[in-house]
Design a protein around this ligand. Structure first.
Ligand code: SF4
Length: 381
C-alpha cells in the first residue's frame, strides 16, 4: 500500500532500523538513538559535541541527550582540550572498544537483511541526492534565522566580574517574569526596531583591546539560532564571552559551553522549584521544571566559571524558598541576590522590593549551603 509514497516508506524504514538496533543493543543499555553517535565518535576521536551534531546532521537537543546517555553508560568520555580549557572533546572508552566489533557486525547484518549489495548501493546513491536537496532547502531556513538584537550597552563595569564589558541584549524571551524590567524585550512591540548586528560587530571591532569582554543577555539569548555564529565572530576579535540565561533551553546552553564558546555563565534561579512556574509568569501545566534542573545539573558538574542569581521580590520570595534554593544548589561556585527595583518597564506594576534586613536574612540562609553569596543592587551600609 505504501509503494510509491516516499514519506511513508522513509518512515517505515526508519522505524524498522530503530527497532532492529533497539532490540539488538538492549544488552548494552544503549539504543538506536545513540549508536550512530558512538560510531562517529569512535571514528573521529576528539570531536566536539557541535562537530558531532553537524556530522550526524541531527539537531542540538537530540545530540546532547544521545551523547549524555553514552557518557552515563560509560561508553564515551568528555575531556577538556589541553590547549583550550573551554572546549570539551569526546572520546570512546575501553568499555566501548569491547563492543565496537559487535556493533559493526550488527550494522553489516542489517545491510544484508535489507537487500543485495547492488540494490543497496543504488538506493544509497539516490538517497544521498535526496538528502542533499533537503539540506539545501533547510539550510536556507537556517540562514533566515538571524539574531534579533534589542540593544547594546557600550560599556559596563558590572556585567562581567572584574572585566570591562559591553552588553548585548537579545530580543524575545520564553518567560514572562512579572518583575522583569525589560518588558519591551519580552512583549516586542509591532514597530520594534532591532539593532543591526553588523553595526554592533563594527563597534566591537573598534574597541577590541580596550574592552575585555562581551556579555550576551536578554530577553533569552539561546532562543536565537544565530547566537553561535555571533559569538564566534566576537570571539575571533579576542573577547571573553559571558552568557546570561534563564536556563530553560538546556540543550543550547550545554552545546555552547561544551564547544568552548562561553567563558562565564550567569543563570537565573527564579525561585524554589514549587514556585517556579508562577515566578516566571507561566502556567503550571505548560512549565517543565526538569529543563531548569538539567541546566543547573550541567553547570554544577562543569568547570565553567559561573554564578546563579535570584532577583528577590517581596511578593514572590520567602525564607522558606531560600532554604529550598540553598538545598538545591548546595556547593555552587557563587550565588547573587539581586534587589528588585520597580520602574515603568516592569511587566507587572506594583511589586515591592525586599528590605535590606530581609535580603541579609536570605543571604544567611543561602550561606549555609553556598559559601560565596553576594548582594547586588542595595548597599549594606
Ligand atoms: S526577567 Fe524573565 S521575562 Fe525578563 S528577560 Fe529575564 S527571563 Fe525573560
Amino acid at each position: 500500500m505504501a509503494e510509491g509514497n516516499l514519506l511513508i516508506n522513509l518512515s517505515v524504514l526508519n522505524r524498522n532500523v530503530q527497532k532492529f538496533f533497539d532490540k539488538s543493543l538492549a544488552e548494552f543499555d544503549i539504543g538506536s538513538g545513540q549508536v550512530l553517535f558512538l560510531f562517529f565518535i569512535y571514528e573521529n576521536e576528539g570531536i566536539t559535541m557541535q562537530e558531532a551534531s553537524r556530522m550526524v546532521d541531527v539537531d542540538k537537543g537530540t545530540t546532547t541527550k544521545s551523547i549524555q546517555k553514552l557518557i552515563e553508560e560509560g561508553y564515551v568520555q568528555s575531556r577538556t582540550d589541553e590547549k583550550d580549557r573551554r572546549i570539551k572533546r569526546l572520546y570512546t572508552t575501553p568499555k566501548a572498544f569491547d563492543i565496537m566489533t559487535r556493533l559493526y557486525d550488527l550494522r553489516n547484518d542489517l545491510r544484508k537483511k535489507l537487500g543485495t549489495e547492488t540494490d543497496l548501493n543504488q538506493f544509497e546513491e539516490q538517497l544521498a541526492k535526496i538528502c542533499s536537496n533537503s539540506r539545501e532547502y533547510l539550510d536556507r531556513d537556517e540562514e533566515d534565522s538571524v539574531i534579533r538584537i534589542g540593544g547594546l550597552m557600550k560599556t559596563s563595569l558590572l556585567d562581567y566580574p572584574e572585566k570591562v564589558a559591553s552588553t548585548i541584549f537579545t530580543a524575545g524571551c520564553n518567560f514572562k517574569c512579572p518583575f522583569c524590567r525589560n518588558k519591551e524585550l519580552v512583549f516586542l512591540p509591532d514597530n520594534y526596531q532591532y539593532d543591526d548586528p553588523q553595526e554592533i560587530l563594527s563597534f566591537l571591532e573598534k574597541r577590541a583591546g580596550i574592552l575585555d569582554a562581551v556579555c550576551i543577555s536578554g530577553g533569552e539569548p539561546t532562543l536565537h539560532k544565530g547566537l553561535p555564529d555571533l559569538i564566534e565572530k566576537i570571539r575571533e576579535m579576542g573577547y571573553l564571552i559571558k552568557l546570561d540565561t534563564n536556563g530553560y533551553r538546556p540543550d543550547d546552553l550545554i552545546m555552547l559551553c561544551e564547544t568552548g564558546m562561553i567563558d562565564y555563565v550567569a543563570m537565573d534561579i527564579k525561585n524554589s522549584p514549587e514556585k517556579y512556574a508562577a515566578t516566571v509568569g507561566l502556567n503550571e501545566e505548560s512549565f517543565d521544571i526538569e529543563r531548569i534542573r538539567r541546566s543547573v545539573d550541567y553547570i554544577m558538574s562543569s568547570e565553567i566559571p559561573c554564578e546563579f542569581r535570584t532577583t528577590v521580590v517581596r511578593e514572590f520570595h520567602t525564607e522558606e524558598d531560600m532554604e529550598k534554593i540553598g538545598e538545591w544548589l548546595k556547593g555552587a561556585q557563587k550565588f547573587c541576590l539581586q534587589q528588585f527595583t520597580d520602574s515603568a518597564n516592569v511587566i507587572q506594576p506594583g511589586l515591592n522590593a525586599c528590605t535590606l534586613e530581609e535580603i541579609l536574612s536570605f543571604r544567611k540562609i543561602l550561606g549555609k549551603y553556598i559559601p560565596n553569596v553576594v548582594i547586588r543592587g542595595i548597599s549594606e551600609d
